[in-house]
Design a protein around this ligand. Structure first.
Ligand code: C2E
Ligand code: CA
Ligand code: CA
Length: 548
């Protein structure tokens, strides 16, 4: 089938040598048929009909003009130059051969015209199939036909701020940006093949070896600002690099470059070079994701709780729900082993719903024992982008019949900046229900507290990275103090996360920090243990004892 397609392509779109050979073939066919008609007795016999072969061939291969010229030549050859009967010498009537010329012309012109139209349509379809419909940059299909045989390095470049640009500046700007990226790479790496393999991904094929190839060069090239119209644009990208070994298919090399690019993205690297361990992580993630929905249904997942302590009154103000997975084969798993993979997919939505539901059940357990506490639930970026998130959450809260002011949502700052205006509206709606909102891992992102204050939040949780160093590093100590003061000026409550010892707690108290959470009080505990710990804590706190 493929062979047939290739031969058809050669006939429909002949180039160079093939074109000349076909022309010679048709040119030889004409006198050969003339001769055959002559020696078989003249025009009255059926052999004259074979003249349709060169006429149709010329029409198919050389189009309207070719068909017409060959039809004319064929008509004249079979006209005054040949009698009706070569033995008797009886000549044709003029009207007879002129009529034949006209019929030949009609056949030649019609076949030529039809094939010209067909050729144009095929060319357009091929163009559409081998180019991205929006940017008109060649796509990966164009690559599979004429890939350079000595390509040795393939690079996958994924644009991370794709959604952000489209949401805030529109698709046209994104299309213009992709074109600018394409041209910049083509301009710099003259011999490279560059294709757009999907909306936000570009593949580059280079004939280079790993030793002399410098990823920094492409990195620098793409980090330089792009000016589109008068809009300066920054490209947030991750790059994956793979080497094509001779016995591996090109397709596999592209897949490896993609895996390396996703690895770079996940680990906040500008680029990464493919190695087999990245493939193992990917397969591992796929396996975990496949098993995760069932884990949620069968309660293989479990919530652990870590308390938050009010540093002024020493009371327990709430508990943070932290998920774990009791995997039937791998055993007890901490969130770091599966949460990133889950957060990348829509599975994060049923997961958060499960955590909220079970967190509320825990509050009710506490209430049954006359202990009042609130619960903090970690909310991911995809949850905030899910238009049904708030309705689903409120549905669960109503079903469990728990007061909204006993619930807090913790979000990282990076999850807010995806579509700030939309997120702000959503957060305001959440606040209208009296659910508290806090910024998790504060200090690890790039936003300033003044910027975050535009969102209707109640509290910030200073990341454990700072808290754990504040007593050994004076610079960090100043940062924590400044963050606490600034948050207070902005009317925000401050929680320190990762408090591991008495000294840190005391420093935080001196800095006027409001709340603390950390191993110093307790590690996260399962449902049964948190209740016992809670009861024990009350006794300890009243006696003003130190924690071990
Ligand atoms: P996070 O929200 O920042 O949670 C705090 C993490 O710090 C928890 O790790 C907790 O066990 C740990 N931690 C608390 N005190 C200390 C301390 O004194 N020292 C040290 N070294 N660590 C401390 P965990 O439970 O492993 O959770 C890790 C992350 O997984 C969480 O970070 C959160 O981002 C994510 N996560 C956990 N549960 C959920 C969930 O239900 N939903 C979502 N979206 N993410 C979750
Ligand atoms: Ca948290
Ligand atoms: Ca945190």
């Amino acid at each position: 089938m493929r062979r047939f397609q290739v031969s058809m392509n050669k006939v429909l779109f002949p180039t160079g040598k093939t074109k000349i050979l076909l022309l010679i073939f048709i040119a030889l066919l004409l006198p050969a048929i003339y001769y055959t008609v002559y020696i078989t007795g003249g025009i009255k016999y059926v052999y004259s009909h074979s003249m349709y072969i060169p006429i149709l061939l010329a029409g198919i291969i050389f189009g309207l003009k070719g068909g017409a010229i060959v039809a004319l030549v064929a008509g004249i050859l079979l006209g005054p130059f040949i009698p009706i009967n070569t033995i008797s010498g009886e000549q044709q009537l003029i009207i007879n051969w002129i009529f034949r010329v006209i019929i030949f012309l009609i056949v030649g012109i019609l076949s030529g015209y039809s094939f010209d139209v067909l050729r144009k349509k095929i060319a357009r379809i091929t163009e559409l199939l081998t180019h991205h419909p929006d940017t008109e940059i060649p796509n990966s299909r164009s690559l599979s036909f004429d890939i350079n045989n000595d390509t040795t390095i393939v690079i996958s470049i994924i644009v991370n701020n794709y959604n952000n640009i489209i949401c805030s500046l529109g698709k046209e700007i994104f299309v213009a940006l992709m074109k600018a990226v394409y041209l910049r790479i083509k301009d710099d790496l003259k011999k490279a093949q560059v294709v757009q393999s999907d909306s936000s991904k570009i593949w580059v094929c280079l004939n280079d070896d790993m030793e002399s190839f410098d990823p920094e060069r492409i990195s620098k090239l793409l980090n330089a600002v792009f000016i589109l119209g008068d809009i300066p644009m920054y490209l947030d990208f991750s790059m994956g690099i793979a080497c094509c070994s001779e016995n591996e298919s090109r397709q596999k090399s592209f897949q490896q470059a993609d895996i390396a690019a996703y690895h770079a993205k996940q680990n906040h690297l500008q680029y990464s070079i493919f190695d087999e361990s990245q493939m193992a992580v990917r397969n591992n993630n796929l396996e975990l994701l496949g098993a995760f929905p069932r884990a949620l249904e069968t309660n293989q997942t479990e919530l652990y709780y870590q308390p938050k302590i009010n540093l002024k009154t020493r009371e327990i103000v709430g508990i943070e729900a932290l998920i774990r997975w009791n995997h039937p084969v791998r055993g007890f798993m901490l969130p770091q082993e599966f949460i990133k993979a889950v957060e990348e997919t829509q599975l994060i939505n049923p997961m958060t719903a499960w955590v909220l539901n079970n967190g509320l059940l825990m509050i009710k357990e506490f209430q049954k024992m006359d202990m009042e506490t609130s619960v903090s639930i970690n909310i991911s970026a995809k949850n905030l982008q899910n238009p049904r998130f708030l309705n689903q959450a409120i549905g669960i809260i109503k079903e469990q019949n728990v007061a909204c002011n006993l619930i807090e949502f913790e979000m990282t700052e990076s999850s807010l900046i995806y579509d700030p205006e939309k997120t702000k509206t959503l957060l305001q709606k959440i606040r209208d229900y009296h659910i508290a909102l806090s910024i998790d891992d504060f200090g690890t992102g790039y936003s300033s507290l003044a910027y975050l204050r535009r969102f209707p939040i109640n509290a910030v949780k200073i990341d454990k990275f700072f808290i754990q160093q504040m007593n050994t590093d004076l610079g960090v100590n100043h940062i924590v103090r400044a963050a606490i003061d600034l948050a207070h000026n902005l009317n925000l409550t401050v929680i320190a996360e990762g408090v591991e010892n008495f000294e840190t707690e005391q420093s935080l108290i001196k800095m006027n920090c409001d709340m603390a959470q950390g191993y110093y009080y307790t590690r996260p505990l399962n449902g049964t243990d948190i209740i016992s710990w809670y009861q024990g804590y009350n006794t300890k706190a009243r006696k003003g004892m130190r924690f071990q």
